[in-house]
Design a protein around this ligand. Structure first.
Ligand SMILES: NC(=O)c1ccc[n+]([C@@H]2O[C@H](COP(=O)([O-])OP(=O)(O)OC[C@H]3O[C@@H](n4cnc5c(N)ncnc54)[C@H](OP(=O)(O)O)[C@@H]3O)[C@@H](O)[C@H]2O)c1
Length: 316
């Protein structure tokens, strides 16, 4: 299947107006305390969906849930579960609680991330922090929830970044945790490339298995969010200014993820996001995927390594 034709979306690209009512549908979003995750939750709730947020900070989460109820009405079905992607034990606990609470999962949106962490840090399980949070934490979560999503004929949405095709454009299998030559950008690039390779490998595995799970990849372009909070001081100041010049509102950044979670007729091996200036802003549609994310050999190797590191063997 070809990536969704731009003509079928019209000159304005995908917008939430295309989204049908979502009563009785359950959406799970990681990292919904701010930015595109919070905006995706807001759009889905307005459409009548049930939203479960998986957030690392319980206090912030409670405030966000409270604010959404004040804004959209006390009856909106939004709850949260504490989950820190930097701790595999926390991911396991959150997945277990979610499976207790949610009899169906119509879409899991893997949105949470940290970016450009200035000095090399390790997660609780000893992984370079961006690879650990952005890729491995989500890999484990997807594996633990996969059967419930399959039983719901649901979707997995991977939120990537154009950073996947910047820098080395490869996975450093020889030193995946950057024990040498750590660079905040290169580590972020690798984590985002790993997420895309994972999405496309999962698509291939799902297709081979015949299971009815949609797996789609997207990115928010350049959006005004809190992502710079994990940056070093210099980049934080730089992006703090730049984002008002070149980026779009966070809500627009959420559209590709909501599109991937709800729209019919989407294709695999596509990356959905803004199609305007530099693919950072503008109408939402499909964009060309760089070859580096389509490297099947590296994707298979990454899958095995991810299984080993998260101690979960899974696959459709
Ligand atoms: N903004 C952009 O221009 C841009 C560009 C390309 C790609 N992206 C991608 O868009 C996605 C959303 O980011 P954003 O821009 O909306 O940034 P954001 O406002 O910083 O939101 C990131 C979310 O991830 C959560 N998070 C961070 N570490 C976590 C952990 N260990 N466990 C669980 N949750 C964690 C944050 O929680 P706290 O509130 O607790 O920090 C927050 O809710 C990310 O995948 C990012 O890579 C963004």
């Amino acid at each position: 299947m070809e990536a969704m034709e731009e003509e079928s979306l019209g000159p304005n690209g995908w917008t939430p107006d295309r989204c049908r009512p979502l009563d009785d549908k359950t959406f799970v979003i990681t990292g919904a305390t701010s930015g595109t995750g919070l905006e995706a939750a807001r759009i889905l709730l307005r459409k009548g969906a049930r939203v479960v947020m998986l957030n690392r900070n319980a206090e912030k989460s409670a405030i966000v849930v409270d604010n959404l109820k004040k804004e959209l009405g006390a009856s909106v079905d939004v709850t949260s579960i504490e989950m820190d992607l930097a701790r595999l034990a926390s991911v396991r606990n959150a997945a277990a609680e979610l499976l207790e609470r949610a009899p169906r999962i119509d879409a899991l949106i893997c949105n949470a991330a940290i970016a450009q962490v200035p000095k090399r840090e390790l997660t609780a399980d000893g992984f370079e922090s961006q690879f650990g949070v952005n890729h491995l934490g989500h890999f484990l979560l997807c594996g633990l929830l996969f059967e419930r999503i399959a039983a719901s004929e649901g979707r997995i949405v991977v939120v990537g970044s154009l950073a996947y095709k910047m820098g080395a454009k490869r996975i450093r299998f020889e030193d995946i945790h950057f024990s040498r030559d750590y660079s905040p950008w290169h580590a972020y690039n690798q984590s985002k490339l790993a997420q895309l390779m994972f999405a496309f490998e999962l698509q291939r595995r799902v297709q081979a298995s015949g299971k009815n799970v949609g797996v789609f990849a997207c990115h928010p372009g350049a959006s005004r969010t809190n992502l710079q909070s994990s940056f070093g001081m210099r980049d934080r100041i730089l992006w703090g200014v730049l984002k008002w010049l070149i980026a779009q509102p966070a809500e627009r950044g959420a559209w590709p993820a909501v599109m991937c979670a709800t729209e019919e007729g989407l294709a695999p091996l596509a990356l959905y996001g803004p199609t305007g200036r530099g693919e950072m802003v503008g109408p939402v549609g499909a964009s060309q995927v760089d070859e580096c994310a389509l490297d099947r050999e590296s994707a298979a190797k990454l899958w095995s390594l991810s299984e080993q590191l998260t101690r979960l063997s899974w696959g459709p």
